[in-house]
Design a protein around this ligand. Structure first.
Ligand code: SAM
Length: 324
């Protein structure tokens, strides 16, 4: 257990068609009430227990984490936990405004999601007409604030943004930022995922390599999700996250805390363990730590290894709630 992902809100200002489709997350959708959310103090306490059990990397996510009010205060509290890699995944919409204060609060680096550089394609994908230029401004602000190396996540969906694969690589080549191509996954139950919508990692790498020659690179550490490739001319690297075609369950060191304090040992889980109940019942740190260790010790998740075209029917937790 090395990597804790904390969802700080189930809300988002985007309606990405593959994540929070408008038809489901409409005006009638009920998001969690405020009292259900873990407070910053509760999140920090749980994170401290995880760090004591070997977690070295904390990632704030959601929903859109920068929508959580005073998120910088949480960053500051978590940064005090010691020598940890403290990062955040964001759609970049508020990064231009917040990059500096996040850095000052102790954030180490940032991952920004951007699915296309083509403005029409991107606006259609986020489904709230949000322009590419504003996300690029956010990335520039993050770089200026020193939140590097910046990773840029691009989910690739067949028939939607394949034509953006090579332009994305070309744009960020030589910038020091690392584009990571993500196979479209069957997270949750609302995005209508089909195996045919997945563009396999091999195809992504071949498309880039044909124009910008690549060679493979060893992982930075065991359990790294992205397979690394670098440009043969030495101008940087990309990553490919092939969770559908090359599952990496056996090396998984990730655990997830939902917005309302449930612990999930897999992105594709159907059930979580209610840590918030323990926190609010006044349980001491030691029994909470023991509960976490027992859950981790018993985990047998390997969803991506046993996925078939039919498994998407399992009622899985939505990514906006469990955290991406
Ligand atoms: N709102 C933040 C953002 O946009 O980065 C954080 C949460 S978002 C759920 C985290 C990441 O999950 C994003 O990079 C998003 O593109 C990715 N994601 C969401 N649904 C996905 C899916 N079905 N398959 C693959 N990646 C997905």
């Amino acid at each position: 257990m090395r990597d804790l992902r904390i969802s700080v809100t189930d809300r988002c200002n985007f309606r990405c068609v593959y994540c929070m489709p408008k038809e489901v997350y409409d005006a009638d959708h009920e998001f969690l009430p405020r009292s259900d959310l873990l407070t910053f103090e509760e999140i920090t306490r749980v994170a401290r227990i995880f760090v004591a059990h070997g977690v070295t990397k904390l990632r704030l996510t959601g929903g859109e984490p920068l929508l959580r009010r005073n998120i910088e205060r949480l960053v500051e509290m978590l940064a005090r936990l010691g020598d940890i890699d403290l990062t955040l995944t964001t759609n970049g919409s508020l990064l231009g405004r917040k990059a500096r204060s996040l850095r000052d609060a102790g954030l180490t680096r940032v991952t920004v999601s951007l699915d296309s550089l083509d403005d029409t394609t991107f606006r259609a994908l986020n489904d709230v007409d949000f322009p590419v230029a504003k996300v690029l401004e956010g990335i520039d602000a993050a770089a200026a604030a020193g939140l590097s190396p910046i990773k840029v996540n691009m989910v690739v969906k067949r028939g939607t943004n394949e034509s953006s694969i090579v332009p994305m690589a070309r744009h960020f080549k030589g910038s020091g930022h690392i584009v990571r191509y993500i196979e479209y996954m069957d997270v949750g139950a609302t995005n209508g995922w089909r195996l045919d919508d997945v563009v396999p990692a091999g195809e992504i790498v071949r498309a880039i390599d044909a124009e910008l020659p690549l060679e493979s690179v060893d992982p930075n550490y065991a359990g790294e999700v992205a397979t690394r490739w670098r440009y043969r001319d030495g101008s940087g690297e990309i990553g490919v996250i092939a969770s559908v075609t090359q599952a990496f369950c056996r090396d998984c060191t990730r655990v997830r805390l939902s917005t309302d304090g449930k612990l999930y040992t897999c992105l594709f889980a159907t059930d979580g363990y209610d840590l918030r109940a323990l926190l609010r019942e006044g349980t001491d740190d030691a029994p909470i730590g023991n509960a976490i260790a027992a859950i981790w010790g018993q985990r047998a998740d390997r969803y991506s290894e046993i996925r078939t075209a039919n498994t998407p029917r399992i009622p899985k937790i939505e990514m906006s709630y469990i955290g991406g």
